[in-house]
Design a binder for this molecule. Structure first.
Ligand code: DGY
Length: 327
């Protein structure tokens, strides 16, 4: 007698991830996984995606035509365990009726916190201070030593006043920030809630004491922070980037930091990642580089994993995905 039950759809998970996502998938799907803490090599990825209906990926995989071709026409959904999806060719997915999921909201607070950590660490020179203490360069209390820039009365320019930029502004307000500036045309609701003023990018660069990159990376804003932008900034300006490394021209940043055109930078994201040890930025005391840990709280990573699993299950069942990349 022929069985009428369809075998469960195949899903491939590209890394060892917090287990919640795989648990969600396992209830409905046949799960295959690259069960390692290191990224899957490209050739392995191209092999392992063959015949799958769902792909659970991370920002370390470029999901392009080649991967989609390798998977085959039965692929229905790609969901990335990240809010950023610049590594996914969304247009190509659309043209093949492949739905794309991502993980906004569940990492907003964690990423806002990290943005502020980096801002405070840079502005109050925590890295230099810790280094001085450990290297025996802490002399007597000195009224002119290790002075930094405070937030009190400062102008903070937020490039990307979206979910994360807004959460950063809300949290910075109690520090006594004088003014928030933003550039987006679509951020009016967020802006009015934190009393931010719209400015063009030039004005934001010229007037801000702190400039925060909180936007998604697009073709239009690649290298936005370049020589030209740094030349407009105050000598005391501090640049923080917790979005994508591609936003910052790192060669130009090195020049700006090493010639005191701007005061300091804090980067949670770079190109490439990891940033090679021989990067000139590594030699600067006024540049703090963190290893892309914006969303790295236990709670937020667990939620990101579960949401990725739920996105895939919903798409495979033909239902509304909890978080689908907007059309
Ligand atoms: C994202 O979600 O896009 C971050 O870069 C990693 O959490």
């Amino acid at each position: 007698k022929m069985s009428t039950t369809k075998s469960p759809p195949k899903v491939f998970v590209t890394r060892y991830v917090p287990p919640g996502g795989v648990e969600v998938l396992s209830r409905h799907c046949q799960v295959d996984q690259w069960d390692s803490q290191d990224p899957i090599p490209r050739d392995e990825l191209l092999k392992r995606v063959q015949g799958i209906e769902g792909l659970y990926c991370l920002l370390t995989e470029r999901i392009d035509k080649e991967v989609l071709d390798a998977a085959g026409p039965q692929l229905k959904v790609v969901s990335t365990m990240s809010v950023g999806y610049d590594h996914v060719d969304v247009a190509e997915c659309r043209s093949r009726n492949i739905r794309v999921g991502f993980t906004p909201d569940v990492l907003t607070n964690a990423t806002a916190e990290l943005t502020i950590s980096l801002l405070l660490a840079t502005s109050r020179r925590l890295y230099e201070g810790i280094k001085a203490v450990r290297e025996g360069r802490w002399g007597t209390w000195n009224p002119v030593w290790m002075c930094g820039q405070g937030l009190d009365g400062a102008t903070v320019g937020i490039v990307g006043l979206g979910r994360i930029g807004f959460a950063v502004a809300e949290r910075l307000r109690p520090f006594g920030v004088g003014k928030f500036l933003y550039t987006d045309s679509e951020a009016k609701t967020y802006a009015s809630e934190v009393g931010a003023e719209r400015a063009d990018f030039d004005t934001l660069c010229r007037q801000s004491d702190f400039i925060l990159g909180c936007c998604a990376l697009t073709d239009e804003n690649k290298g936005l922070f370049n020589k030209d932008a740094y030349s407009k900034m105050k000598k005391t300006a501090i640049l923080i980037n917790t979005s994508r490394g591609g936003l910052v021209n790192q060669e130009d940043l090195y020049v700006a930091l090493s010639t005191n055109q701007i005061l300091a930078a804090g980067l949670d994201v770079t190109v490439p990642e990891p940033l090679p040890l021989n990067s000139p930025l590594m030699r600067l005391d006024n540049c703090i580089v963190l290893p892309h840990i914006g969303s790295a709280t236990e709670k937020s990573r667990a939620a990101m994993s579960e949401l990725t699993g739920q996105n895939i299950v919903a798409a495979l069942q033909g239902e509304k995905m909890p978080r689908e990349v907007p059309y």
